[in-house]
Design a binder for this molecule. Structure first.
Ligand code: GLN
Length: 488
């Protein structure tokens, strides 16, 4: 088997039985990046030197027979909105050009302590705002399944890198679908944990009540492995959840799914493109083969999730991004006049979509009347959506739907029309708004050979059941093992 086809457990096996060294493994991936990333353009930066040093250290320890953690020496790459202390963390924005963080995000610290080696930062929509990676201020990332197509967004760099096997896994962040939608477009597995499961410390904030970090992998089992490491309480994040018992994501993943009750929202049918609808019905049949009980359920507020999210998220973004004014934080547009300094800093160094969200958000929060009409109303709808889900989860273990209403779209197809771009989040927004876990897993390919994903949503903090069903589905299907032919 080629190294690019191996899971994290298999890679760990090779390293621990000394069939390969960590330096060799790292070089294997660095060479793939050299060979393929000119076309895909997933990577913003590579730290070959720092990664080689770390790999060498693990190799020395192994050679000397010192105890090492099981995954020691496996390379990884992460979305460019996560702070490490060696590479630039600019969230693909000019306002943070050249920023190197003085501290490390908790997720990266945990993974480093578990032996993983960070070697690259990956492209994203500026400040994670977008669904196509076309809002990056650097360049656009391409979909490895067809370079004319978008990899999705905003974690499009992360999912494209995993799809082309330029890294064994990556981290992404998901505010309204940014792990799941690009995972669906790139034919990889993308897991959004329940809100609060993973620390946001050291992640550049977009919308603080929605942002979550999660793994982008080639299987649900690998996602569970990463969750065991990053899915723990962090005192540095006041919204981090503290479970009574240690959360186990991997243990129990093999327990089977017979008798699980699955709800399929009946409201989705009108929104699905024909290729997605067809593959989705095949997925439901597979779930029945696995012994699940699949039934229609009602989520009447599905469509309201878009206007709700596009008030709440911009409002929070406007508050979070206020700090980048050229005085407190961020690159400064030098000027004699203070007013021009503020104005030009924010109009020259922030992209169009980010400016649009700041304006929308500030409007939604402006006067009591306006915020009553928009922000407060959106909060109320969010609460009702939460209740709708809670109601369904009283009778069902999980909810299943496609990840995106459409298969991947061509680069450039939606850039002129913000609202049509927003609509690609229709099916990912609900679980972001209610805060539950959700995963996108590959469900097959459409007539053009492009991947289509299916999404499994769980109740808040029931991350383990989501991973269990995804794993059971992957045990009887092979879509998740497919690699685009030019990259295999
Ligand atoms: N596409 C959504 C947006 O543009 C979601 C982004 C995200 O999850 N970071 O806001």
């Amino acid at each position: 088997m080629e190294i690019s086809e191996l899971t994290l457990l298999e890679l760990s096996g090779l390293l621990n039985s000394k069939q390969i060294t960590s330096v060799e493994l790292l070089n294997y991936y660095l060479n793939r990046v050299k060979e393929y990333d000119e076309d895909v353009r997933a990577f913003l930066e590579i730290d070959a030197e720092g990664a080689t040093e770390a790999a060498q250290e693990w190799d020395n320890k192994r050679a000397n027979g010192e105890p090492v953690p099981p995954f020691a020496g496996i390379p990884m790459a992460v979305k460019g909105n996560m702070a490490d202390t060696r590479m630039v963390t600019d969230a693909a924005s000019q306002i943070l050009a050249g920023f190197v963080s003085p501290y490390e995000a908790t997720v990266l610290k945990r993974l480093r302590e578990a032996g993983f080696i960070l070697f690259g930062k990956l492209n994203l929509d500026e400040f994670a705002m977008g669904s196509s990676t076309e809002n990056s201020s650097h360049f656009t990332t391409h979909n490895p399944w067809n370079l004319d197509y978008s990899p999705g967004g905003s974690s499009g760099g992360s999912t494209a890198a995993v799809a082309a096997r330029m890294t064994p896994f990556a981290l992404g962040s998901d505010t309204g679908g940014s792990i799941r939608q690009p995972a669906s477009f790139c034919g990889v597995t993308g897991f959004k944990p329940s809100y609060g499961r993973v620390s946001r410390y050291g992640i550049i904030s977009f919308a603080s009540t929605l942002d979550q970090v999660g793994p982008i992998t080639t299987s649900a089992q690998d996602a569970a492995i990463i969750m065991n490491i990053i899915g723990q309480h962090d005192p540095n994040d006041s919204t981090s959840y503290m479970p009574d018992t240690e959360a186990e994501y991997l243990q129990g993943i093999d327990a089977g799914v017979e008798g699980l009750r699955i709800g399929v929202p009946k409201e989705i049918v009108d929104h699905l493109a024909p290729d997605v609808a067809e593959l989705f019905s095949l997925t439901l049949a597979k779930l029945e083969d696995l012994g699940c009980i699949v039934e229609e359920v009602e989520l009447p507020r599905l469509e309201l999730c878009i206007p709700t999210y596009y008030v709440v998220a911009p409002a929070e973004a406007a508050a979070n991004l206020a700090r980048y004014d050229g005085i407190k934080y961020g690159k400064r547009y030098e000027s004699e006049s203070l007013e021009e300094l503020y104005l030009k800093t924010r109009t020259e160094y922030l992209g169009v979509e980010v400016q649009r969200r700041i304006m929308l958000g500030n409007l939604a929060l402006s006067s009591k009347e306006v915020s009553g009409d928009y922000y407060m109303k959106a909060q109320k709808v969010r609460q009702v959506v939460r209740q709708d889900f809670e109601e369904v989860f009283k009778s069902y273990d999980l909810i299943v739907a496609p990840t995106s209403p459409t298969s991947p779209f061509k680069l450039g197809d939606k850039t002129e029309d913000a609202v049509s771009m927003y609509y690609s989040d229709l099916l990912t927004l609900p679980s972001s708004l209610y805060g539950g876990a959700a995963i996108s897993i590959p469900a097959g390919f459409n007539g053009d050979g492009l991947p289509v994903g299916v999404q499994i949503m769980g109740a808040v903090f029931d991350d383990a059941t989501v991973l269990r069903l995804a794993h059971a589905y992957q045990a009887i299907t092979e879509h998740h093992t497919c690699i685009p032919k030019d990259f295999s």
